[in-house]
Ligand binder design. Structure first.
Ligand code: PEP
Ligand code: MG
Length: 882
């Protein structure tokens, strides 16, 4: 059997081999093919990384053998030799996954130096200072990055030597100072590692390669992967490249540059360099780099060549490039090129500009913008300058994006009260409940100690577009004392904090926020996306205000209106409570009669906001106890208000207590027990539709959605109530009104029997929040507490409440869609779980043939773009929406 190839010389690859060679490796190979000056080298493939993990985190003999033979080739082409005293080959070792990934091991330079080769380098360059400077940098980098010895300890030594000599800058150190530094560094290495600093360059190389592979799985990389949908199985490649030196005097230098401005997208080379320096000096910010335009004066030939190549690379890759270069004694080398990271504003401008410049098509432009990034564009951000010097005191889940800064309040009432006085407030709660809604509306940001990505706080905050950091386990709230403790400090009511809902970062002070400007490029790209996508995009909106916001963002209808949120309004909660504590049907109907006009008014406003667009309204879903107070003092107050005895009300509250309310008396189970509830809501939905249709003439076709169905007979039971009530109203009004009755598919049994369910349901809307909860069997509110252990132990890579679990929950969705179509070929299919706004999940919904996704208003643009991207990648036949 022929041996598998794990190591590729640069001239054996090309840009298409990204999956195998990583982004960096594939681009180095491509540049070499294009005849751009690139120092010689080779790439260990991502398959070598996978093999490393399969082989119990060891480099196999086979891989080591291939590394050595690639090394021999490099030695031959460069005429230099690894470990040679006369003419030493030195290399850099860098990680390079398919996409660039901060958090992984980055770069080791000058590998191959030891006590002997340093002398060789000194002789060869006739520059002893340079040689020892390179050696001390290598020891520090290797010890820190490969062996995990703290960098600070090396910096302390350097400072000590500088202080002793009365020197301020590193550049003032003489070669004998640097020799002393090297000696001290090596002593530190022995102290820390219990052995000498490795002198064998091959041992150094294998250790460095192993460190890159190891870094693929370090905690920072794992978190980054989870946030960016990067599967662990991809692995990373490693690039080994012969060194060129930017620190060999005044005709040497090193720098980084972008072909366009990565912050604004402006078409102008944007970069910096340092003369007589090595790569990390530019990045570390120790010396102030010069703008790239200055290179024209310093080294005009190099500047000209650099500009030519930069332009060529941009045209070749048809995208903004982020390049690293080094000039060694007047000779220019490119060390890297890649599609540059950019802000969302820049991403939109660049994508549109590239189309206008004729470099790419609209379809390609659509794929160039990260749909997830759009969310951040629609929310305020922190002033990045202020952020630089601000400490992160803790982290929670990034539940709803945006930046918020305000004074801390611990109850919805106080938050609202201070908001009304003109203060900016942040609501801090152990967890939120529907009762907190007014405080949430008033708050700039919401912070909770408990709850996951689909907890009440997260869902409601996303709906409102309010920043929210949820499930911060370290947050210790003392509600009585009105304080919380975090990061070893106690914060009081009225203290300022700041939250970043896109990263989950919490800051213990005020930070200025700035609104983003959404320019014309956004509209242009979105219009292209809308012209391409097949999947419709609706919104989850409970109020006319949310609906109007969503329309501005391009929503084409409402996919879910959760009627319960309206019940918490101050004016109607008494009637809701009266309905719940009623002992007879008659009493209940009396209370429902009070609610009817209020609900009708809500729906009228929503229909008016939505005009001709479809509106899907769900019947009441949560368990009733959520509407009742739990604390004795609150029960006492309510009893007084309602003219009941405390004991009586307390008993009702207790009787409604459930051990697991999420699996209790909720959803369609409520109208099975109390049909009059569904009657009232249906009446409100239909009467409102008739009213608006008559007055405004909109083509309204209400979609009435029955939640939490698991059995066709229970659906039929509730549907019959809905249909009877609706028809009664329609006949009475003497108007022609079409309406649809359908169900959510959010219980595994409903998915399994979807063919039976579809006989009664005109549409399905996948409630993937509950479907995930019930398929995994873990609570959407509590999973946050232990999911982190699952990430750490590599059992799960992603939060299934954020990104649809395609293998399990997705299988149920696909199967239910197919079963549904079997008995009702024209069944209308949508999704209204939080996954409806997650780009990778949207792609899945496109692939399984749903008609629409529905998500919170601020996620609508991301869903529109993701739907278009899905269509570009995987075109599907048009599915006619009804
Ligand atoms: C769902 O379960 O996915 C859903 C949309 O309903 P809710 O989040 O209100 O339970
Ligand atoms: Mg649900």
């Amino acid at each position: 059997m022929e041996n598998k190839k794990y190591v590729y010389l640069f001239n054996e690859g090309n840009a298409k081999m990204k999956n195998l060679l990583g982004g960096k490796g594939a681009n180095l190979a491509e540049m070499m093919n294009l005849g751009i000056p690139v120092p010689e080298g080779f790439t260990l493939s991502t398959e070598a990384c996978t093999k490393y993990y399969e082989d119990d985190k060891q480099l196999s003999e086979e891989v080591v053998g291939q590394i050595y033979s690639a090394l021999a080739s490099i030695e031959e082409t460069t005429g230099k030799k690894f470990g040679s005293v006369n003419n030493p080959l030195l290399v850099s070792v860098r990680s390079g996954a398919r996409v660039s990934m901060p958090g992984m091991m980055d770069t080791i330079l000058n590998l191959g130096l030891n006590d002997e080769t340093v002398e060789g380098l000194s002789g060869l360059t006739n520059n002893e200072r340079f040689a020892y400077d390179s050696y001390r940098r290598f020891i520090q980098m290797f010890s820190d990055v490969v062996m995990g010895i703290e960098k600070r300890k090396f910096e302390d030594i350097l400072d000590e030597v500088k202080d002793a000599k009365g020197i301020k800058f590193d550049t003032d150190l003489t070669s004998s100072d640097l020799k002393e530094v090297v000696k001290k560094y090596k002593a530190l290495y022995i102290k820390e590692m219990g052995k000498d600093f490795p002198q064998d360059p091959k041992e150094q190389l294998l250790e460095a390669v192993t460190a890159v592979f190891r870094s693929w799985d370090n905690p920072r990389a794992v978190v980054y992967r989870r946030l960016n949908d990067i599967p662990r199985e991809w692995g990373t490649a490693v690039n080994v490249q012969s060194m060129v030196f930017g620190n060999m005097g005044e005709t040497s230098g090193t720098g980084v540059a972008f072909t366009r401005n990565p912050a604004t997208g402006e078409k102008l080379i944007f970069g910096e360099y340092l003369i007589n320096a090595q790569g990390e000096d530019v990045v570390a910010g120790i010396r102030t780099p010069l703008p790239i335009s200055r290179l024209e004066e310093d080294l005009p030939e190099c500047y000209k060549q650099f500009m030519e190549i930069a332009e060529r690379l941009e045209k070749h890759y048809k995208d903004m490039q982020d390049m690293e270069f080094t000039i060694e004694q007047g000779k220019l080398y490119f060390l890297q090129t890649r599609n540059g990271k950019r802000t969302s504003q820049a991403a939109l401008k660049i994508a549109v500009d590239l189309v206008e410049e004729g470099l790419i098509t609209k379809e390609e432009a659509i794929l160039k913008v990260d749909a997830k990034q759009l969310d951040s564009l629609l929310h305020p951000n922190f002033d990045s300058k202020e952020l630089e010097n601000t400490e992160i005191i803790a982290k929670g889940l990034p539940a709803s994006p945006g930046a918020a800064c305000g004074k801390v309040y611990f109850t919805a009432e106080t938050a609202k009260e201070h908001h009304e006085k003109g203060e900016k407030v942040v609501l801090v709660r152990i967890e939120t409940s529907p009762e907190d809604i007014e405080g949430m509306v008033a708050a700039e940001g919401i912070l909770t100690a408990r709850g996951g990505m689909t907890s009440h706080a997260a869902v409601v905050a996303r709906g409102m577009g309010t920043c929210c950091v949820a499930g911060c386990g370290d947050l210790k709230i003392d509600e009585e004392a009105k304080t919380f403790e975090l990061g070893g400090k106690v914060y009081h009511e009225g203290d300022y904090i700041s939250l970043d809902g896109s990263t989950g970062n919490i800051y213990g002070q005020a930070i200025k926020t700035i609104e983003n400007e959404i320019g014309g490029h956004f509209g242009t790209l979105m219009a292209w996306a809308d012209g391409i996508r097949k999947l419709k995009v609706r919104t989850n909106a409970d109020t006319a205000r949310d609906a109007e916001q969503a329309i501005k963002f391009g929503a084409e209808g409402i996919g879910l209106c959760r009627t319960e949120h309206m019940f918490f309004d101050e004016e109607r909660i008494p009637a809701v409570r009266e309905m719940i504590v009623s002992k007879t049907e008659e009493q209940r109907r009396k209370a429902l009669d009070k609610l009817l006009p209020m609900q009708r008014e809500d729906f009228i406003k929503i229909y008016e906001a939505m005009e001709d667009r479809p509106v899907n309204i769900r019947l009441l879903d949560p368990p009733l106890h959520e509407f009742l107070p739990q604390l004795d003092e609150d029960i006492r107050d309510l009893a007084k208000e309602m003219g009941l005895s405390f004991e009586d009300l307390k008993q009702t509250v207790e009787s409604l207590h459930e051990f697991n309310p999420m699996m209790g008396h909720r959803g369609c189970r409520l109208p099975v027990s109390y049909p009059e509830m569904a009657e009232m809501q249906t009446r409100a939905i239909i009467e409102a539709a008739i009213d608006v249709k008559k007055r405004k003439g909109y083509k309204i076709v209400p979609e009435i959605m029955i939640p939490l169905v698991g059995e066709v007979k229970e659906l039929k039971y509730v549907k019959d109530i809905v249909v009877r009530t609706a028809n009664e109203v329609i006949t009475k009004e003497g108007i022609d009104l079409r309406y649809l009755v359908g169900t959510m598919i959010e219980i595994p049994r409903a998915a399994l029997t979807a063919d039976e369910i579809a006989e009664e349901a005109e549409f399905f809307s996948f409630g993937t929040n509950d479907l995930t909860q019930m398929t995994f069997g873990f609570s959407r509110d509590d999973a946050g507490k232990f999911l982190k252990d699952y990430y750490e132990k590599k059992i799960y890579e992603f939060d299934p409440f954020q990104k649809l679990d395609q293998r399990g929950v997705g299988k149920l969705v696909k199967m239910a869609a197919e079963l549904g179509k079997k008995t009702r070929p024209d069944i209308h299919l949508g999704i209204c779980g939080e996954h409806g706004g997650d780009p990778s999940s949207v792609e899945f919904c496109h692939a399984v043939g749903l008609n629409y996704v529905s998500c919170s208003p601020f996620r609508v643009p991301a869903a529109r773009l993701a739907a278009a991207q899905a269509e570009v990648k995987n075109p599907r036949p048009m599915v006619e929406a009804k």
